[in-house]
Ligand binder design. Structure first.
Ligand SMILES: *[C@@H]1O[C@H](CO)[C@@H](O)[C@H](O)[C@H]1NC(C)=O
Ligand SMILES: *[C@@H]1O[C@H](CO)[C@@H](O)[C@H](O)[C@H]1NC(C)=O
Ligand SMILES: *[C@@H]1O[C@H](CO)[C@@H](O)[C@H](O)[C@H]1NC(C)=O
Ligand SMILES: *[C@@H]1O[C@H](CO)[C@@H](O)[C@H](O)[C@H]1NC(C)=O
Length: 398
């Protein structure tokens, strides 16, 4: 028994993403655009860890910026709240609309100096940028998604970050980038895949109008996009950095927000595909974007009793991923994944109002809608399949 445990621990230690983190996203401001402070983050992290019937411990959080709102370059107070609640941190650095990430790096340097390894040991990943490639893609431009950045800019900042923190407690933190699935499958962006340790994907079947985005089809749309990314990233681990279904808001093509549908999505995408299988940062525990009429929070007022029962079912409606990706019929169409994503340097998460991934109708400048249709039909690379099988196998042992 002990030998088995040691063996498993050894296997887990060899992979950067062998631990399948569970967490939520957290912007630096609240829904009224006021700053979040330590107590606000603490309340979020405590609720996340104590959610009734959760299928695991949600003790990780994804941040969009290292900078405390209302400050120039002070460390975000989420860091102190994370230290106090033992919450793992996927950090983010905002990289669009700027020639410099010096303020982000300064805030992080101050945190490393001030908190030392109490802080650095909690950092599980660093994302350089969020949906920057989507915003400069054809669809992002048509949709007026806002200022983005191309692969060269991201790679420059990735290198600058690595240089700045080499020889510090953050030196071994795996570096990634977060984007929509079709930004990753766009061959022009391949250099970004090569430059990162893990690939962060934001995936929202809800926003895939024109693709049959009825809730009953959400699991299949999710799998297609996920498999398309798996087909281009080789052995690099995929982290799902944003996904969710709104409980309230307007209908989006066939997609209907409701608590019932949010629960169905939690089951069919979260329980079936992600939780304890893929590092996952659900969208979301708490809404923070006043511009988005769809509300994604799974609970009200940070109550530990969510809007729906988080208990995972044992049977699912969605056809298995193998069947989906292996069936030619399922791979012939294109599907766009819209992303609420984040759209400001303050890291305020703004959910998206992406329409039409092919025609693209302009929404507000803060929206970060769907990725366009990258063509499906890419097969999973053998390495990706092997990696997934290995991870699945390890967890089957527990
Ligand atoms: C592919 O990526 C490049 C660079 O990020 C971008 O300029 C281009 O528009 C993208 N292609 C599409 C079809 O969006
Ligand atoms: C997408 O947009 C195009 C033109 O902007 C429009 O003709 C088409 O009906 C839209 N499709 C959906 C599903 O909204
Ligand atoms: C966006 O799509 C929704 C759902 O299909 C539709 O009702 C709405 O009119 C569209 N908006 C624009 C600007 O095309
Ligand atoms: C959440 O807080 C608001 C404002 O204080 C209140 O109106 C609402 O009833 C609360 N909801 C629940 C479920 O407690």
């Amino acid at each position: 028994m002990r030998a088995t445990a040691a063996l498993i621990a050894g296997i887990l230690a060899t992979g950067a993403s062998a631990e399948n983190y569970l967490g939520f996203n957290s912007g630096s401001t609240k829904a009224d655009r006021s700053a979040k402070f330590k107590a606000d983050f603490e309340a979020e992290f405590k609720t996340a860890q104590n959610l009734e019937n959760a299928p695991g411990k949600f003790n990780a959080v994804r941040l969009y910026t290292n900078i405390q709102a209302y400050s120039q370059d002070d460390p975000i107070e989420a860091f102190e709240a994370a230290i106090g609640t033992d919450t793992k941190l996927l950090l983010g650095i905002w990289t669009s609309g700027t020639d410099s990430i010096d303020k982000e790096l300064n805030a992080l340097k101050k945190a490393v100096e001030k908190y030392g390894d109490k802080f650095t040991k909690l950092v599980i990943g660093m994302s350089i940028g969020s949906e920057d490639l989507y915003r400069v893609s054809e669809t992002g431009i048509i949709n007026k998604a806002g200022v983005g950045a191309g692969p060269d800019v991201l790679i420059k900042f990735i290198n600058q970050y690595k240089k700045t923190f080499s020889g510090t407690g953050l030196a071994n933190v795996p570096v990634g980038h977060v984007d929509t699935w079709d930004a990753w499958t766009n061959g022009t962006n391949k250099a970004v895949i090569d430059a990162v340790d893990w690939v962060g994907v934001d995936e929202y079947p809800y926003y895939e109008n024109g693709k049959g985005n009825d809730i009953k089809n959400a699991g299949t749309l999710f799998d297609r996009a996920f498999n398309a990314v798996a087909g281009v990233v080789g052995s690099k681990p995929i982290w799902v950095t944003e996904t969710g279904w709104p409980a309230t808001g307007e209908k989006w093509d066939q997609a209907q927000p409701s608590v019932e549908n949010a629960k169905y999505y939690w089951d069919e995408v979260g329980c079936r595909k992600l939780f304890n299988k893929v590092p996952t940062f659900w969208y979301n525990l708490r809404d923070s974007n006043p511009d988005n009429t769809m509300k994604f929070a799974i609970t009200e007022n940070l109550s530990t009793k969510p809007l729906f029962d988080l208990t995972c079912p044992t049977k699912f409606d969605t056809p298995t991923a193998a069947a989906t990706s292996g069936t030619p019929a399922a791979t012939g169409s294109s599907t766009g994944v819209a992303a609420p994503g984040s759209s400001s340097t303050s890291g305020t998460t703004t959910a998206a109002s992406g329409n039409n991934t092919t025609g693209g109708s302009a929404q507000s400048s803060t929206s970060t809608p769907a990725g366009s249709g990258a063509s499906m039909g890419k097969s999973l690379s053998a390495a990706a399949v092997g990696g997934l099988a290995l991870v699945a196998g390890i967890f089957a042992l527990f």
